[in-house]
Structures are given as C-alpha cells and as structure tokens.
Write a protein that binds this ligand. Structure first.
Ligand code: KIV
Ligand code: NA
Length: 265
C-alpha cells in the first residue's frame, strides 16, 4: 500500500470512500492492523482503560502516550498515525499544547487529537499554523466524563445539537483536518459529515460518517465487562485476529457496520 496522506483522507471524505480507523498501542498490532487494511491507527488515551486498567483516561500521562506512539510508529507500514493529547497536556496554554503535540510528533504521530469545542479552536489554530495537523474530538469526550455527568449520548436536544454544529464548524475553520465524534445521534452525525469539508470519524455516531473508529480491545472482545452499545464483536465468526480486523475494515467500507438500529443512537 502507498503511505496514507492527509490529502488522501480528505479525498476519501469528498468521494464517500469510508475510512477505517482503530486504536492501536503497540508495534505488533500496528503491523497486523496495517496489513489488514486499516487506514488510520489511533494511539488513543483509551490505553488508560484497556492497557492500564484505570477507570478513566484522566490519569494517562504525556510520557505514556509518547512511549506507545513510538511503539506503534515502529510497527506501522503505511497507515496514518494519530496520537491523543492526554488530559492536562493542552488545556493550560497554547505553548503547553505545542510542547505536548511536538512530543507526539517526534515520537512518530502524523497528527494529534484533542477533545472539546469552543476554547479548543485557538489551540487548534496555533498548532496547525505551526505545522502540526490536528484532529478534533466532539460529542462525548472521555477526558471530561465527570463534568459531563457520566457516559451519556451528547447532542440529543436542539440546543446541544446546535452547539455541537457550531463547535465543529469553528474547529474546521481553525484548521482541524479531521473530526472524531463520539456517542451522538446518527442523524446529527450524518448532517455534520455532509456540512464539513474534513473527514468526520464516528464512534457510536451512526453509519453516515466519513469513517468509523473503535477501541481495538472492544472489537476483539478482549475488554472485560460490559461494552457500550456501539461496539461490535468482530471475533465472532472470525478465524483469527487478522480475519476479525479484515472483517471490520470491509464492513466499514461497505457501510454494513455500524447498523443504526443495533449500534446507534
Ligand atoms: O482514546 C480513544 O480510544 C479515542 C477513540 C475512542 C476515539 O479517543
Ligand atoms: Na481518546
């Protein structure tokens, strides 16, 4: 495969070619996912939950994100690599955000992701102007789960849907070149995807997005305990981990995953 590029991701959004993204935290899975056709590898701060056993992503440090980004970058062949900026690495100032984002880029990330709308637009602009591509993350934002009052679908009422749309447009105007939306109604997600010129990657946001992302351990059915409704177990009926990941990629591309009645809101 040719190395994935920002332009190609923008073209995929424009042409309606679906983007398959999964979280990834180490070199072995980076190679496996890449060879199975995953377009984008996200070193998610969800590693706090799935690798570290923490109850939220809040305790994850920048150093830990740098370490896992390095591991993924070594195993990657052609996928686009996004590194999550963890909690308390970009909130205090634009200068702090720059230092944190640059650390992830030095570790091998092609793009960094940060959570939230409104106050984040100037931060995004600051990073993008200085040469670091940024992915925004709206809807349910795990780093602020306490402030949001728990794991809840976002943008359900008219006022919060309007605010979400406003924030998404502001982030795109500030130069964000991708947007992740988590746990929002499928209709709102489809509307956002249609209205923006950048790829919108959904998780619990319906099939009308430019692509999908899931936490690797969730879709491989490795995560202990209850899983959110938007997760599908791709190991079911699969002959190997490789086969499960290939099925995920082909279902995302064919738009047979997610199914709005099963995995959506
Ligand atoms: O950390 C993560 O895994 C994420 C995805 C769920 C979007 O941010
Ligand atoms: Na994350």
């Amino acid at each position: 495969r040719k190395p994935m590029s920002l332009q190609r991701l923008l073209d995929m959004h424009a042409s309606g070619d679906k983007i398959a993204m999964l979280t990834c935290y180490d070199a072995a899975f980076a190679t496996l996912l890449d060879e199975a056709g995953v377009d984008v590898l996200l070193i998610g701060d969800s590693l706090g939950n799935v690798l570290q056993g923490q109850s939220s992503t809040v305790p994850v440090t920048l150093e830990e994100m740098v370490y896992h980004t390095r591991c993924v970058a070594r195993g990657r062949k052609s996928a686009w690599i996004i590194g999550d900026l963890p909690f308390d690495s970009y909130q205090a100032s634009t200068a702090e955000a720059w230092k944190s984002a640059a650390a992830l880029v030095k570790a091998g990330a092609h793009m960094v992701k940060l959570e939230g709308g409104g106050w984040t637009a100037p931060v995004v602009r600051y990073l993008v102007e200085r040469g670091i591509p940024v992915c925004a993350h709206l809807g349910f934002t795990p780093q602020t789960v306490t402030a949001l009052g728990g794991y809840k679908v976002q943008g359900r009422d008219e006022a919060s849907a309007a605010l979400l749309k406003k924030h998404a447009q502001e982030l795109a105007d500030a130069g964000a070149q991708m947007l992740v939306i988590e746990m929002i109604p499928a209709a709102l997600a489809a509307e956002l995807t249609q209205s923006l010129a950048i790829p919108v990657i959904g998780i619990g946001a319906g099939v009308g997005c430019s692509g999908q992302v899931l936490v690797l351990h969730d879709m491989l059915d490795v995560t202990p305990g209850r899983r959110p409704r938007f997760v599908k177990n791709f190991m079911q009926g699969a002959s190997s981990v490789q086969d499960a990941v290939r099925r995920y990629v082909s279902e995302v591309k064919a738009q047979t995953f997610p199914q709005d009645d099963l995995h959506g809101y």
